[in-house]
Ligand binder design. Structure first.
Ligand SMILES: [Zn+2]
Length: 281
């Protein structure tokens, strides 16, 4: 275990936000980032990424399983929402999905892009990458520093919050893109929540930090990207809102404000999808 400071603004001023499974998550008093401190050693983080097992007070197994057709079709819906219906039709592209898991997102890309697209995946978990290869997907564990190939698109879905230092990783990812290439990042928007408003277990130390739209966009701009679009989708940890929920939520917030109570932040559209393009050097 090692003590760290905020990777976003480098401040070491923080307050305790939550404790779980023998780990502490703190909030940076300067920028609001939530991060695990002290953090497991790099070797332990890499080992856990390969095995899916995290050791805290309890052993946490995050291997999961292949999501099948339902997950692939959900990704196709998301791709169309983010890029538009015909974005990938008829144009060849090279795509690398980092942390591709069982490969459901790769399958969605292949279905959208057709046979002329080249979709590759990198996955540290041996169980997940073997499962993806069995379904004919091109998946291995790539050492990003030594990869010579360049891609038109690189995606990191549900990867950001597991990285010990996202700035370092994303700066490395930048070098994998062709001129005019694009990055796609999916992560939750949780940095501005109180622990009691976070709807789930935190899964520490599998998760190492929680950011927000502002924090991720600031980091991307700092390392040479320009933001193309941010799409907010319903986060599965929250109940889906019915038509009346926004009105009820607004009234509750006003009432809590009048009574001097803390406003609860249950806004369910906390699944962030950020498209960022490589800025010309
Ligand atoms: Zn900070």
């Amino acid at each position: 275990m090692r003590r760290v400071h905020c990777y976003c603004c480098e401040s070491s001023a923080s307050e305790l936000w939550a404790e779980e499974n023998g780990f502490k998550m703190v909030r940076c008093l300067n920028c609001g980032l939530l991060y695990v401190n002290p953090m497991p050693d790099e070797r332990e983080i890499d080992r856990a990424a390969q095995t899916g097992l995290h050791q805290g007070q309890e052993k946490l197994d995050v291997s999961g399983q292949y999501g099948g057709v339902a997950k692939v079709e959900n990704y196709i819906r998301i791709l169309r929402e983010i890029y538009g219906d015909d974005f990938f039709r008829g144009k060849p592209f090279k795509w690398l999905d980092i942390g591709c898991g069982y490969g459901e997102f790769m399958e969605a890309l292949i279905r959208e892009g057709g046979p002329q697209c080249d979709v590759r995946g990198s996955e540290p978990s041996e169980v997940k990458s073997a499962s993806a290869r069995q379904r004919g997907l091109k998946v291995s564990f790539l050492d990003l520093e030594t990869v010579r190939e360049r891609f038109d698109y690189v995606s990191l879905l549900n990867v950001y919050s597991h990285l010990p230092n996202p700035i370092e990783t994303l700066a490395g990812v930048r070098k994998l893109l062709n001129a005019g290439g694009e990055l796609l990042i999916e992560t939750g928007d949780a940095a501005n929540l109180e622990r009691s408003d976070y709807p789930d277990k935190l899964f520490l130390p599998d998760h190492l930090s929680f950011a927000s739209e502002e924090i991720v966009c600031r980091i991307l701009e700092k390392i040479g990207f320009k933001i193309v679009a941010v799409t907010r989708l319903h986060h599965p940890a929250y109940r889906k809102w019915t038509a009346w929920d926004p009105v009820i939520y607004w009234m509750q917030q006003r009432l809590r404000g009048r009574l001097g109570l803390r406003r609860k932040r249950v806004y369910p559209y906390r699944d962030l999808w950020i498209r960022a393009a490589l800025r010309a050097a």
